[in-house]
Design a protein around this ligand. Structure first.
Ligand SMILES: NC(=O)c1ccc[n+]([C@@H]2O[C@H](COP(=O)([O-])OP(=O)(O)OC[C@H]3O[C@@H](n4cnc5c(N)ncnc54)[C@H](O)[C@@H]3O)[C@@H](O)[C@H]2O)c1
Length: 375
């Protein structure tokens, strides 16, 4: 996406006194430059997961001090090994712990400036099969992190919400103030998170920002298991010569968002100067609607450049699944206006990078593939 797409943005509380206004050119580049010379202490929960490990990697690249908390229920040590390398390892501390344990959360929050709370059990189908565990991790664990953050007097918590909160709303594009009824226990947990975050700010003054991620994709996203997301699952199946299946007619659409945009949004949200930006939620996506049929065509085209035989693959269709939203596309203007969010990767550019990574990692992935996944 061209930088010209980025509108005006608020100044940063950390940075505004120090910035040179003409350079670097966009809000995120300015924030990166500022953080590099003014390191802070960050807690990333879910640090061994897909999004958490990407946050850890970026923060370490910017010279920050990073604490990671994870119980490795869906995350992997290999994700951390990818991003905690060389001298940066001295600035990273891993706590193997569980957000359902308040003491683990207190230990993790000690001395921290910012919390990026990512730990949760993802997946709509998982939550339908086991709503109690999803609730314990996503709601009780969430509250533990917030209570610990409050008591440790952290400056701000940025937390992962989800586009699933839009539920049965048929408004397209989806705007933050128009949510429908939740369609799954997972969506209910994320809605509850947003309610608790607002209460924690109003009652105790703990500032937070919720980011409603739409379908995120990129390096290290897990292709394994029954709850894998559609992009890593299909990429793995195409590379392994297996059949890809879409639930429904394939015209279900999503706003696929590359991981670099999500990393940017987290850091911008942590640093946003405007106090009125806190206690609120923001869509984090590209604002681009892509059907599953369209996604399959893009993946097949990208991979057949590397292995021509993949060009003959086709998509089969299965029964639609309960809990799935039909169309999902974000209005991202509020995040652009309030936190300076400026997605630099559209789906095509993101897929180029993601496919590069999956292709380079293909041997181990092929041995891990299973045939079911969720969007
Ligand atoms: N990936 C997406 O498309 C997407 C979309 C919307 C929202 N989200 C949200 O973003 C966040 C990160 O998702 P992800 O895709 O990186 O998932 P992930 O499964 O790769 O990462 C989650 C991490 O949290 C850890 N974790 C789970 N339960 C824990 C517990 N009780 N204590 C400590 N750690 C625990 C896991 O081990 C894992 O490392 C989640 O909150 C998810 O709901 C993701």
């Amino acid at each position: 996406m061209p930088e010209a797409d980025c509108g005006e943005h608020p100044p940063y509380p950390l940075a505004n006194r120090y910035m040179i206004s003409s350079s670097p050119p966009n809000p995120y580049q300015r924030l990166r430059a500022y953080l590099t010379s003014h390191p802070r202490v960050w807690l990333v929960t879910g640090a061994a997961g897909f999004i958490g490990s990407s946050l850890v990697g970026e923060l370490l690249a910017l010279g920050q001090l990073v604490v990671g908390l994870d119980n490795f229920s869906t995350g992997y040590q290999r994700n951390l090994d990818d991003v905690v390398t060389g001298a940066a390892a001295a600035r990273f501390k891993l706590i193997r712990g569980d957000i359902r344990d308040l003491d683990d959360c207190r230990l993790a929050c000690d001395g921290v400036d910012y919390v990026l709370h990512q730990a949760a059990l993802g997946s709509v189908p998982r939550s339908i099969e086991d709503p109690i565990t999803s609730h314990e991790v996503n709601v009780s664990g969430f509250l533990n992190v917030f209570v610990a953050a409050r008591d440790a007097r952290v400056s701000r918590v940025v937390y992962a919400s989800s586009s699933s909160v839009y539920g049965d709303s048929t408004d397209v594009p989806q705007r933050e103030d128009r949510v429908g009824r939740a369609l799954s226990p997972y969506a209910a947990t994320k809605k509850t998170n947003e309610a608790y975050a607002a209460i924690m700010q109003r009652t105790y003054g703990l500032r937070s920002i919720g980011l409603r991620y739409f379908n995120v994709f990129g390096a290290r996203q897990d292709p394994n298991g029954a709850y894998a997301a559609v992009i890593p699952r299909w990429v793995g199946q195409l590379m392994a010569g297996e059949q890809c299946i879409a639930y429904g007619d394939g015209e279900t659409s999503r706003d696929f968002c590359y991981i670099a945009n999500v990393v940017q949004a987290n850091l911008l949200a942590a640093a946003a100067a405007d106090a009125s930006a806190t206690g609120d939620v923001y869509n984090i996506a590209c604002g681009q609607q892509t059907s599953l049929n369209g996604l399959f065509t893009m993946l097949r085209a990208g991979l057949s450049e590397r292995e021509p035989a993949i060009g003959a693959a086709h998509l089969e269709h299965g029964a639609p699944r309960p809990g799935d939203i039909r169309h999902s596309v974000a209005d991202i203007t509020k995040a652009q206006r309030m936190i300076g969010y400026c997605p630099m990767y559209d789906i095509a550019r993101g897929l180029n990078e993601a496919l590069e990574w999956y292709w380079a990692s293909r041997a181990p992935l092929e041995t891990m593939m299973v045939c079911r996944a969720s969007v």
